[in-house]
Design a protein around this ligand. Structure first.
Ligand code: SF4
Length: 559
């Protein structure tokens, strides 16, 4: 459809209102206010600045797509809030107890000593949804414009120069034709566009591919985290941080469980499972249900009730997998750029720090009116000098070490700990996760497919879980999940991998039917919880996740 689109011009466009995007906006506002305060009374030479900053967010409201339950290292927030807010972030509780257990199907062994990366003294249990909503309110207080329900669909280029983003159209029918409420998405033209879309951002992927920003980097590898929020049926003091290793995650896979206690007897719990699994039947949702039945976990949940469910991929490739984080008119922050420490299971403090560093760089660019790649490369240099870079460098080979399985992974992690992150090699090479999936004939068995009866009290089938994610999409719109070569699903994929999409999608979006005229694959796109697993794990790389109509997706509770 060729049409004239409305254009909106701003100085700084930030795509995504998560911790990284909102931190970028807030830090920039702080720097501008300080500058103006100094300049106005003539203390410093220069002129006051009033750049326009716009944050666009695909969720129906700020925080709707931020999946709750996290342990936060406060370092990032401490830096961000200095001079910005006298209020502390709404953490749930300081961590009061750290425990790590190794599980077999019937037994559990508490590790006598908590491994140093999992020690959380001085950190806080938090609800990410609540933190993000709080940051959104701070933005409002500081007069930063945030537009929720605005999904950025396409990065706009002028040659290699990024000149903004196009917002997705709304009111397009399932058949691709405009409906009576059709609204073409506007083009937001910006001097600098900051991509803070979270993991595997659509625009970040466009930039990385078109500008070759991942050249000479290791491939990004991922896990998926499936999470639930519960109201416990008994008193559990807030601040407990419990991690598990082993059961039910297969020894060839990376992963483990977590349970954090929050105020008012609420529990955030979940399972992280590598998406570089050799098993085509890898099913994180099913594994989470199995994990909850373990004798260590079950007692926390008995008498309680499920409140919310969600899933999200995690970028775990670390230091060597981070793309070039800048280009002409472009900066990439947070999970979109791989700011995550998979050894400490933490990324929020790094996302906030990346936003701070991006804002400092943009502030200088605004002063010099230079948004070239050379000018914005100062962001990468700032990162290289920062504690964030030192932290990620110390664990630079951690996640890669697990691609051969849990036992070699732990041995390598021990060696890396003793050698400042090096281990056996300065830079461990890895394969993209989808290349690790073995064909059906070569697997050691359908690990995640043993039957489990869902009692809908402790354990839930995928559709019931989706109900608890409060996910909704306009039904009369084109599917936002594009299978680029659907014939593969009916032929090669079934034979070679047994259609793994029906297992790895934690929301039951992909269904394989018996023969129909239109093929065997049915895509229930309205159930999609936006975790991005399918785009990552599909062994043929023919699934493309695109942003659906504005406001669609999960609505994770603030809990
Ligand atoms: Fe996740 Fe893809 Fe399933 Fe959506 S369709 S829930 S992005 S795996």
């Amino acid at each position: 459809m060729s049409l004239e689109r409305e254009q909106l011009e701003v100085d700084v466009l930030i795509v995504g209102a998560g911790p990284a995007g909102l931190s970028t906006a807030l830090q920039l506002r702080k720097l501008i206010s300080r500058h103006n305060r100094d300049v106005e009374p003539g203390v410093q030479p220069g002129t006051p600045m009033e750049p326009s900053i716009l944050v666009v967010e695909k969720g129906a409201e700020v925080g709707a797509h931020s999946l709750s339950g996290a342990v936060v290292d406060p370092r990032g927030f401490n830096e961000l809030l200095d001079g910005l807010s006298d209020e502390a972030p709404p953490y749930e509780a300081p961590v009061s107890e750290d425990r790590v257990h190794f599980l077999t199907s019937r037994h559990e062994f508490k590790l006598p000593v908590t491994p140093p990366p999992l020690r959380n003294h001085g950190h806080y249990v938090a609800s990410l949804g609540r933190l993000v909503r709080w940051l959104g309110n701070l933005c409002e207080l500081h007069e930063i414009e945030v537009y929720p329900g605005f999904p950025a669909a396409e990065l706009l280029f002028d040659g290699p120069h990024v000149r903004g983003a196009r917002i997705g159209d709304s009111g397009v029918g399932r058949d691709g034709e405009p409906k009576s409420n059709y609204e073409p998405g506007i083009e937001v033209i910006a001097k600098v566009t900051v991509l803070a879309e979270g993991v595997r951002g659509t625009l970040a992927q466009q930039a990385i591919r078109r500008l070759d920003l991942s050249r000479q980097r290791e491939p990004q590898i991922y896990s998926v985290g499936v999470k639930e929020l519960w109201e416990a049926g008994r008193d559990i003091p807030p601040g407990l941080v419990l991690h598990t290793l082993g059961y039910p995650v297969d020894s060839e896979d990376f992963g483990g469980g977590f349970l954090y206690s929050m105020r008012e007897n609420r529990l955030a719990l979940g399972l992280v499972v590598g998406l570089d699994s050799p098993h085509p039947s890898n099913d994180a949702h099913l594994l989470l249900q199995r994990w909850k039945t373990h004798a260590l976990i079950r007692p926390y949940l008995e008498g309680g009730k499920l409140v919310s469910y969600g899933a999200k991929a995690l970028p775990e490739g670390g230091y060597w997998a981070m793309p070039q984080t800048y280009a002409d008119g472009l900066i990439i922050v947070g999970d979109s750029a791989g700011f995550l420490n998979s050894q400490r299971l933490k990324g929020i403090h790094l996302a906030v720090k990346s936003g701070i560093l991006a804002a400092e760089t943009i502030f200088d660019a605004l002063k010099s009116n230079d948004f070239s790649s050379q000018s914005l490369s100062a962001y990468q240099k700032r990162f290289a000098r920062s504690w964030a870079s030192r932290e990620l460098y110390r664990v630079r080979n951690f996640r890669q070490g697990f691609q051969a399985g849990a036992v070699p992974g732990f041995l390598r992690a021990g060696l890396q700990f003793l050698t400042g992150g090096r281990g056996i090699r300065h830079r461990l090479s890895i394969s993209p996760g989808y290349e690790c999936m073995k064909r059906i004939s070569g697997t050691s068995g359908p690990v995640a497919q043993e039957s489990l009866e869902f009692d809908k009290v402790l354990t839930f089938d995928k559709l019931t879980s989706v109900y608890y994610s409060d996910t909704s999409h306009e039904e009369d719109q084109p599917s936002h999940l594009k299978v680029l070569e659907p014939s593969i699903c009916d032929t090669r994929c079934g034979e070679e991998y047994g259609n793994p999409c029906q297992h790895f999608c934690p929301a039951g979006v992909y269904e394989i039917l018996s023969e129909t005229k239109t093929g065997r694959l049915r895509i229930n796109f309205s159930n999609c919880v936006h975790c991005k697993t399918c785009e990552i794990a599909d062994p043929y790389q023919v699934i493309l996740w695109t942003p659906p109509e504005g406001g669609g997706g999960p609505n994770w509770k603030q809990m």
